[in-house]
Design a protein around this ligand. Sequence first.
Ligand code: GLY
Length: 330
Amino acid sequence: MKRRNFIKFSAISGATIAISGYSNSLFARKKPNSLITSGYLPRIISTWNHGMAANNEAWKIIESNGAALDAVEKGVRITESDPSNRSVGIGGLPDAKGNVTLDACIMDHKFNCGSVSFLQNIENPISVARKVMEQTPHVMLSGKGAYDFAIEKGFKHKDLLTNEAKLAWEKWKEEAKKEKPIINNENHDTIGLLAIDKKGNLSGACTTSGWAYKLHGRVGDSPIIGAGLYVDNEIGAACATGLGEAVIRICGSHTVVELMRQGHSPENACKIAVERIIKAHDNLEGLQVGFIALNKKGEYGAYSVYSGFNFAVKDVKQNTMINAKYEMDW
Ligand code: GLY
């Protein structure tokens, strides 16, 4: 069943309510200020239904006192390695020429970040992004350079175009001769995953095969720090899904984090960023973007342009999908 058919708007009154009785002593001891008053953690949030499996994997690290950085990487690798997923990693829909090209980035609690874009034939771009972060003086590697770096670091060359994705691409080519390709929220389902660990440290990861049947060479928001993902450990973290071009135009995830810095709740910060996207575009047809955000207290929220965006939340009390609030019906 397509998301837009089964998801209807529902106000999630509990979406930003912290879980009582799980106060973290680290924060309880801190001198209260306007942003860090109490802590409810650890917690993981991620985009779309595929976030459930990713969260479950990430949670294994978090619950055994691991670091949020390890959790976010391990979590999204599950989605990248799932060949049935059409928008991330192996099995992702290719570009117009039939090449699966991947974008990913990762960011930790100390402003360390790494990214790969336009990467081909490597199953887990998020782990290459982490190697860029940890083993080079750079933030971003792209294309053949990123591929060569990955091979040098021991990653294996792999054909990422599955038979199913190839068939879908061939069908698209036939239809594209007849009509303009449709942009919708089924072909931008980036996995973005944010985690706050038991120490109160935040990290994030996002990874995607991007806009299905895009022009060869196109790079979206997902590998761009500040657009697809941003983490400021004093404030919070945010990531984006949807039409990357629109997210890049407003530096989406950085904008959400800055709005949280100004005192907005995660949900309200995401809403204001969505409003900014709406204002920046004359034609909103098919322009779906969703943000998720997690603040330093472990409070979370999300918001999207159109209905149909959902996100997964995991903590000590819940492991659930939530329908994001939105501006317009799909
Ligand atoms: N947000 C994923 C992309 O547009 O590539």
